[in-house]
Design a protein. Structure first.
Length: 162
């Protein structure tokens, strides 16, 4: 089968086409998974589309309890990842304060917060436990693996967010 190479020194044997196709397919598959891995990042992001600095707190239910966390301070016209990775809940709750215009984004889902950085487990008896009782607005992610919330102009207290 390879007698030609012996007759003609310097001739290189070529691999059968099926081997070349298999290698090419393997390389393409590997490149697909590497590229898909970069695009598959899932996060809960919040974008501050105002001209003001805002403070943001979130609430969500983890495997065993309600959790609230804050504060993320976002400069005007910037975005921040609040929950990195795939979302663990369908519903998230947001409360935000406009530091410059003194507005807020809130709602009727009451959870615990405090003035400085916090992670609080549980949403019951906020005041009795030394926290503030704060109204958050609900985000229904529809069980998507990633979601972005955009804050626009501040709304009046307790009317929800956009």
């Amino acid at each position: 089968m390879y007698e030609d190479c012996e007759q003609y020194p310097g001739t290189v044997r070529s691999a059968p086409r099926t081997v070349v196709h298999a290698i090419a397919l393997g390389v393409l598959t590997l490149l697909f998974f590497v590229a898909a891995g970069d695009e598959a990042k899932a996060d809960l992001r919040l974008c501050n589309k105002t001209e003001s600095q805002v403070g943001v707190a979130i609430g969500y239910k983890d495997k065993s309890d309600w959790v609230t966390e804050g504060w993320w301070n976002l400069q005007a016209n910037t975005c921040e990842t609040l929950v990195p990775g795939a979302l663990v809940s369908r519903y998230y709750y947001i409360y935000a304060v406009d530091y410059d215009q003194f507005g807020e984004w809130g709602g009727r889902a009451f959870m615990c917060t405090r003035q400085r950085e916090f992670t609080i487990r549980g949403i019951e008896d906020c005041v009795a436990r030394g926290f503030e009782r704060t109204g958050f607005f609900e985000i229904d992610t529809g069980e998507q693996s990633s979601w972005t919330v955009q804050l626009t102009e501040p709304v009046q207290q307790g009317t929800g967010g956009r």
